[in-house]
Write a protein of this length. Structure first.
Length: 114
Protein backbone atom coordinates (compact mmCIF):
# COMPACT_ATOMS: atom_id res chain seq x y z
CA UNK A 1 0.00 0.00 0.00
CA UNK A 2 1.14 3.51 -0.69
CA UNK A 3 3.01 2.77 -3.93
CA UNK A 4 0.56 3.74 -6.68
CA UNK A 5 2.45 1.64 -9.25
CA UNK A 6 2.34 -1.57 -7.19
CA UNK A 7 -0.54 -1.42 -4.72
CA UNK A 8 -3.51 -3.65 -5.33
CA UNK A 9 -6.50 -2.38 -3.38
CA UNK A 10 -10.25 -2.18 -3.78
CA UNK A 11 -13.20 -4.47 -4.35
CA UNK A 12 -12.74 -7.72 -6.26
CA UNK A 13 -15.35 -9.25 -8.55
CA UNK A 14 -15.04 -12.84 -7.30
CA UNK A 15 -14.43 -12.19 -3.58
CA UNK A 16 -13.79 -15.82 -2.63
CA UNK A 17 -12.02 -14.76 0.58
CA UNK A 18 -14.06 -12.33 2.73
CA UNK A 19 -10.97 -10.61 4.13
CA UNK A 20 -7.75 -9.32 2.65
CA UNK A 21 -4.47 -10.83 1.56
CA UNK A 22 -1.62 -8.65 2.82
CA UNK A 23 1.86 -8.86 1.39
CA UNK A 24 4.52 -9.32 0.86
CA UNK A 25 4.84 -12.00 3.51
CA UNK A 26 8.64 -11.66 3.57
CA UNK A 27 11.01 -8.71 3.40
CA UNK A 28 13.10 -8.13 0.29
CA UNK A 29 10.45 -8.44 -2.41
CA UNK A 30 11.17 -6.39 -5.54
CA UNK A 31 8.52 -6.33 -8.26
CA UNK A 32 9.59 -7.87 -11.58
CA UNK A 33 12.74 -9.39 -10.04
CA UNK A 34 13.72 -12.44 -8.03
CA UNK A 35 15.01 -10.38 -5.10
CA UNK A 36 13.31 -11.71 -2.00
CA UNK A 37 12.04 -14.89 -3.71
CA UNK A 38 12.41 -18.08 -1.69
CA UNK A 39 11.33 -21.65 -1.23
CA UNK A 40 9.01 -20.96 1.70
CA UNK A 41 8.37 -23.72 4.21
CA UNK A 42 4.67 -24.32 4.80
CA UNK A 43 3.16 -26.22 7.70
CA UNK A 44 0.26 -28.29 6.40
CA UNK A 45 -2.63 -28.33 8.85
CA UNK A 46 -3.47 -31.71 10.36
CA UNK A 47 -6.56 -33.68 9.44
CA UNK A 48 -6.64 -32.77 5.76
CA UNK A 49 -6.26 -36.29 4.44
CA UNK A 50 -2.78 -35.66 3.07
CA UNK A 51 -1.14 -38.54 4.92
CA UNK A 52 2.01 -37.88 6.90
CA UNK A 53 2.95 -34.69 5.07
CA UNK A 54 3.45 -32.03 7.70
CA UNK A 55 5.67 -29.61 5.81
CA UNK A 56 6.13 -28.69 2.16
CA UNK A 57 8.06 -25.98 0.35
CA UNK A 58 6.60 -23.71 -2.30
CA UNK A 59 7.93 -20.83 -4.39
CA UNK A 60 7.09 -17.48 -2.82
CA UNK A 61 7.84 -14.20 -4.59
CA UNK A 62 5.84 -11.38 -3.07
CA UNK A 63 2.86 -13.44 -1.95
CA UNK A 64 0.97 -12.33 1.11
CA UNK A 65 -0.91 -13.76 4.05
CA UNK A 66 -4.66 -14.21 4.33
CA UNK A 67 -5.27 -11.81 7.21
CA UNK A 68 -7.04 -13.27 10.26
CA UNK A 69 -8.18 -16.25 8.16
CA UNK A 70 -9.08 -18.27 11.27
CA UNK A 71 -11.75 -15.70 12.19
CA UNK A 72 -13.76 -16.54 9.04
CA UNK A 73 -14.39 -20.19 9.93
CA UNK A 74 -18.16 -19.65 10.22
CA UNK A 75 -18.11 -18.32 6.64
CA UNK A 76 -16.63 -21.56 5.30
CA UNK A 77 -12.95 -20.56 5.40
CA UNK A 78 -10.39 -23.13 6.49
CA UNK A 79 -6.62 -22.63 6.68
CA UNK A 80 -4.91 -25.47 4.80
CA UNK A 81 -1.29 -24.36 5.23
CA UNK A 82 0.63 -21.73 7.17
CA UNK A 83 4.03 -20.15 6.68
CA UNK A 84 6.45 -21.91 8.99
CA UNK A 85 8.87 -18.97 9.10
CA UNK A 86 7.99 -15.70 10.79
CA UNK A 87 6.36 -13.35 8.27
CA UNK A 88 6.73 -9.56 8.12
CA UNK A 89 3.10 -8.93 7.17
CA UNK A 90 0.70 -8.43 10.08
CA UNK A 91 -2.43 -10.49 10.59
CA UNK A 92 -1.35 -14.10 10.87
CA UNK A 93 0.50 -16.68 8.83
CA UNK A 94 -2.13 -18.30 6.56
CA UNK A 95 -0.62 -19.11 3.15
CA UNK A 96 -3.27 -21.44 1.68
CA UNK A 97 -7.00 -21.28 2.40
CA UNK A 98 -10.09 -23.26 1.42
CA UNK A 99 -13.14 -21.11 0.73
CA UNK A 100 -16.71 -22.37 0.50
CA UNK A 101 -18.30 -20.68 -2.53
CA UNK A 102 -22.00 -21.32 -3.11
CA UNK A 103 -22.35 -25.05 -3.78
CA UNK A 104 -18.64 -25.27 -4.68
CA UNK A 105 -15.28 -24.32 -3.24
CA UNK A 106 -12.04 -22.54 -4.10
CA UNK A 107 -8.51 -22.98 -2.83
CA UNK A 108 -6.49 -19.78 -2.72
CA UNK A 109 -2.70 -19.75 -2.37
CA UNK A 110 -0.29 -16.90 -1.80
CA UNK A 111 2.57 -19.11 -2.98
CA UNK A 112 3.17 -20.88 -6.29
CA UNK A 113 2.62 -24.62 -5.72
CA UNK A 114 3.28 -25.47 -9.36
Amino acid sequence: MGDKLLEVAGPRELEFFPGICRGSAFAGFVYDQEDGARAAALKVEKGLGVGAVGEVKAYCNGGGIFVHADSYKEQGIEVLARFKEKVKAEGGDAAVVYCKVGVGAAILTSVHPE
